[in-house]
Design a protein around this ligand. Structure first.
Ligand code: NI
Length: 185
């Protein structure tokens, strides 16, 4: 398995719209394995292929306390979202160190395919529901900070660009910086 490099906000490639997966082969299995390894290493609880510069509709999530419940969603779509909304603190492996509250539907029903291309449906609430919506946003080229006010978003952008410059100065290697907490996705 290979650790993949995670794109950092405000990298323009995070705004590409991912294409549907049509071939369920060994290459896809390898991508999923590498994405899972990258997510656990970061550490994070979710990762979309967009974040590793692969613009295909692939998401991995493990929102369990024990970090042993990997879920794979290929071509995920939200079939239903509850009218009831919930405010939840979010973070993102592409925006390391930044956490802020985002309001989203509290429950969602999602349809996706598994690694073999088999279709399944899943109803989710709590952290899994938040995570699914956050990752599907990534596939659509949307980063969670875009829900925040323009003022906050610009501050974050400036901070990220400054950190990126400092990292390039202090670390000649391109090793990704570790997330501060384990709830980034
Ligand atoms: Ni994210």
């Amino acid at each position: 398995m290979t650790l993949l490099t995670i794109l950092r906000y405000p990298d323009a490639r995070l705004h590409k719209i991912a294409k549907p997966v049509t071939v369920f082969d060994e290459r896809l299995k390898k991508l999923i394995a590498d994405m899972a390894e990258t997510m656990y290493d970061a550490p994070g609880i979710g990762l979309a292929a967009t974040q590793v510069d692969v613009h295909e509709r692939v998401v991995v999530i493990d929102s369990s306390e024990t970090h042993d419940d990997l879920r794979v969603f290929i071509n995920p779509e939200i079939l239903w979202a509850s009218p009831e909304k919930k405010l939840c603190q979010e973070g993102c492996l592409s925006v390391p160190g930044i956490y802020d509250e985002v309001e989203r539907p509290a429950q969602v029903k999602v349809r996706a395919q598994d690694v073999h291309g088999k279709s399944f449906e899943l109803s989710a609430d709590g952290m899994l529901a938040v995570c699914l919506q956050h990752e599907i946003d990534h596939l659509n080229g949307f980063v969670f900070v875009e829900y925040l006010s323009p003022l906050k978003r610009n501050r974050i952008k400036t901070k990220m660009i400054k950190e990126e410059r400092e990292m390039q100065r202090s670390e000649p290697t391109d090793k990704p910086r570790k997330a501060r907490r384990g709830s980034a996705r």
